[in-house]
Design a protein. Sequence first.
Length: 135
Amino acid sequence: MVVLDSSFLIAYYNARDVHHAAAARAMVQLLSGAWGTALLLEYVFLEVVTVLLARRNLDTAVGVGRILLDAREVAFVPCSELFLDTWTLFQHQAGRGLSLADAAIVVAARREPPGRVLTFDAGFGQVDGVIVLPG
């Protein structure tokens, strides 16, 4: 199991992103099943389609959203069950600078050992109980 971060998905779906090539390589591993099922948190989905709307256009945002929701390799995770633990982590993160969506990713990853997160956000490397991929 691996939890997907918006930085990975945005880099993959935006060829102009500095991390696009690394994201494409990681996507091959993801699709091959190297890390098991990918978890897509509701908060991450919101971030991805919003950023793609701003950086690309509505058609791209909607198209990517449909791909993500229809992908059999991806399990969509509504965040209401994670909310209270996410809010607690967010409040007590001791200056790590995690957004609320990032805190939800940490909570979800910690619930599914070994706690892998597919991201280009260096901030996750400072969080206990999380293994950062592609690494």
